[in-house]
Design a protein around this ligand. Structure first.
Ligand code: 4SX
Ligand code: FE2
Length: 359
């Protein structure tokens, strides 16, 4: 009997705890400070001549967002926290075995962060794995410091990828669970939500020309915190920063708002999704024709939300060229409702439109 050797076994993937921090390249640090600190209310842990290190009120690590000054707006990197410093080594072994270049960066390369491993992942994103990080004061109960829209913690990243199925396979290989998807009747996959922590996601995959960053999302404790951000932007006559929402997502059930920063980076404010921590947590599969999938109330999604995103920095420091998407959710037929925008039905499904169906 001949035994054909299979492919060499991969070492186990690093044990990722959660989405840890992101670095965004911004062109004007003062404008960015206005938006992230004065309007969104993030806390400044530290600042240099060319960067701000920000955290939200429940976060005790140094930062969950770095804003670095640069010539063009871009994603500098996404960083995942792993379960101990030995898992940083595990990340290095795993990606080397995958044939991905790895780079070790000494402690302090990013202020407040210990020795870490950086890669350009197989999807084209600059990604870091880290554990050690400086601790700082957790301001959960410093209510005297909380603004009316207090953000509690970083919740997730959302990226635009040309091939969601391939990206889904990459992230499940990295040990992520799949909480929800958007699919069509032929099981083409338009979007997917994947998690390591016990929420709906740490990373979402959105079909689009990529690699690009779609958004990063911060959690708030309650819906009224989100509404307060809308009121503040209106009062300041800066309502143009509101792109989509407020509303209730179908996927995730979270209450949401999307705002755009002065460079166009998209930030989501997100609250009260659900627990996914049991090992048999079922995957919710939405039909792309179910109008409640992205807004549980049936509103259509503003086109910019599907088409615009932030470029990502490649290993040479320049923007990564884009690959065109294989499927486009925005190209699916959309029915226009009474407000000129949203789909409205009286409970009967219009012809050719499957209301309330799931794949
Ligand atoms: O637009 S979706 O309802 O599909 C959605 C988008 C659900 C959860 C998210 O975090 C998100 O960004
Ligand atoms: Fe999101």
């Amino acid at each position: 009997m001949t035994v054909t050797p299979g492919p060499a076994a991969l070492p186990p993937p690093p044990d990722v705890i959660r989405a840890g921090y992101a670095e965004l390249i911004v062109t004007d640090l003062d404008a960015a400070r206005w938006f992230y600190v004065d309007v969104l209310g993030l806390v400044v842990t530290a600042e240099d001549a060319d960067a701000l290190y920000l955290r939200a009120f429940e976060e005790y690590l140094h930062h969950s967002l770095v804003l670095r000054r640069g010539d063009t707006p871009a994603l500098g990197r996404l960083a995942y926290r792993v379960r101990g410093q030995a898992q940083v080594d595990a990340a290095e072994r795993y990606y080397r075995a995958l044939g991905v270049d790895t780079r070790r960066v000494p402690a302090g390369t990013t202020r407040g962060i210990g020795e870490a491993v950086r890669i350009t992942d197989p999807l084209g994103f600059p990604v870091e794995f880290y554990y050690d990080a400086e601790h700082t004061e957790r301001l959960t109960q410093r209510y005297d410091l909380h603004p009316g829209n207090a953000l509690t913690r970083l919740d997730h990243f959302n990226v635009m990828v040309p091939d969601v199925a391939a990206a889904h396979a990459y992230y499940t290989g990295l040990g992520f669970g799949v909480s929800e998807t958007i699919e069509d009747e032929r099981h083409n996959i338009y979007a997917a939500w994947l998690y390591r922590k016990q929420t709906v996601h740490d990373i979402a995959l959105t079909s689009g020309d990529g690699p690009r960053l779609h958004h990063i999302a911060y959690a708030t404790a309650e819906r009224h915190h989100i509404l307060h951000t809308c009121d503040v932007l209106g009062a300041l006559r800066r309502e143009r920063h509101i792109e989509r929402g407020p509303g209730r997502h179908g996927v995730s059930n979270a209450f949401y708002l999307y705002v755009r920063d002065p460079d166009g980076h998209r930030i989501e404010i997100y609250t009260t999704d659900y627990y996914t921590g049991d090992p048999d947590n079922p995957t919710v599969r939405w039909n792309v024709d179910d109008n409640r999938r992205r807004s549980f109330w049936g509103h259509s999604v503003v086109p910019s939300w599907y088409t615009e995103g932030s470029p990502v920095l490649g290993p040479d420091g320049g923007p990564t060229p884009l690959t065109a998407a294989t499927v486009r959710e925005a190209d699916r037929g959309v029915l226009v409702g009474a407000d000129g925008f949203s789909q409205v039905t009286d409970g009967g499904a219009p012809t050719g439109f499957k209301l309330g169906t799931q794949v």
